[in-house]
Design a binder for this molecule. Structure first.
Ligand code: 3IX
Length: 208
C-alpha cells in the first residue's frame, strides 16, 4: 500500500478536556432535557436559571465573533466546529469520519431523541445534513472538493434512532469544476438513505 502515510482520520478527534468536555456535557444536557420533558418532578425554573448562568459566564469571556471566526479557520487540518463532526459544536451528533484506502469515507453514529423526526426515527433533514457533510469530506479525501451545488436524496426506509448507523460516501467523477459524489446511510446492513451530489469546485476565503 502506498497510502499508509496519509492521515485517515478526516474529522477532529475530541479531547476529553477543555471546551470539548464542556460541549460533551452540553450535549448530555440537551438529551436529558428532551428525555425529561415537563412531566417530571424536576424544578425546571431552577434548571433554566442554572443554564442561563452558565451561558452568561461563557458570553462574558468570549472573544469577538470576528476573532473567533479567524480562530476557527486558523488550522489547515480538519474543522472542530462543524455541525456534523465538530467536537466543539454541541449540536453535532458527533459523527467521526475515517478515510478508507479504497477512496471512500466511513463513519458510525448512534442518534438519540434530539434528532428525531418520525416516531422513533431520524429526522430526514438530519440525514441530509450528515450526508451532505460526508460527501463533502469524501471529496476532500479524494483530492478535489467544493461547495454543494445539488444534493439529491432518496429515503428508502425509516432511519432508526438508538441503533448504529453507518454513513459512507465516495467521489464518483470530476468533470471540470463539477464533482459527482454518492453516499448512503445504512442500519443493520440495510440502506435507509442514499445521496447523489454535484459539488462545484469553489472555496470561500478563510476569515483572517
Ligand atoms: C463545513 C466544514 C468545511 C471544512 C473545510 C476544511 C477542512 C475540513 C476537512 C474536511 C472537510 C471537508 C469538506 C467539508 C464538508 C462538507 C462541506 C459542507 C458543504 C456545504 O455545506 S457547502 C454550503 C452549501 N452550498 C452553497 O452554499 C453553494 C451556493 N452556491 C454557490 O456558491 C454557487 O452557485 C456554486 C459554487 C454552486 C456554483 O457557482 P459558480 O458560479 O461557481 O458556477 P458556474 O456557474 O461557473 O458553473 C460551473 C459548473 O457547475 C455547474 N453548476 C453550477 N451550479 C450548480 C448547482 N447548483 N448544481 C449543479 N451544478 C451546478 C454549472 O452548470 C457548470 O457546469 P458546466 O461547466 O458543465 O456548464
Amino acid at each position: 500500500m502506498t497510502e499508509t502515510a496519509r492521515p485517515s482520520q478526516l474529522t477532529a478527534v475530541p479531547n476529553n478536556e477543555g471546551v470539548d468536555a464542556a460541549v460533551a456535557a452540553a450535549r448530555r444536557v440537551v438529551g436529558a432535557l428532551l428525555h425529561t420533558g415537563d412531566r417530571s418532578p424536576v424544578e425546571m425554573a431552577a434548571v433554566a436559571a442554572q443554564l442561563d448562568a452558565v451561558a452568561q459566564h461563557l458570553e462574558r469571556h468570549a472573544p469577538t465573533r470576528e476573532e473567533r471566526l479567524v480562530d476557527m479557520w486558523g488550522g489547515e487540518g480538519v474543522t472542530r466546529h462543524d455541525p456534523v463532526t465538530g467536537p466543539e459544536n454541541a449540536v453535532a451528533p458527533p459523527l467521526h469520519l475515517d478515510g478508507r484506502e479504497d477512496g471512500s469515507v466511513e463513519g458510525r453514529v448512534t442518534l438519540g431523541l434530539p434528532y428525531q423526526g418520525p416516531p422513533g426515527c431520524v429526522h430526514g433533514g438530519i440525514s441530509a445534513l450528515m450526508l451532505d457533510h460526508t460527501l463533502g469530506v469524501a471529496n476532500h479525501w479524494a483530492g478535489d472538493s467544493g461547495m454543494t451545488g445539488t444534493l439529491t436524496l432518496r429515503y428508502h426506509r425509516p432511519t432508526p434512532l438508538f441503533e448504529e448507523l453507518v454513513v459512507t460516501a465516495r467521489q464518483v467523477s470530476v468533470d471540470g469544476r463539477k464533482i459527482r459524489t454518492t453516499g448512503e446511510i445504512t442500519a443493520a446492513g440495510e440502506v435507509c438513505v442514499s445521496a447523489d451530489g454535484i459539488f462545484v469546485n469553489k472555496h470561500l476565503p478563510r476569515p483572517r
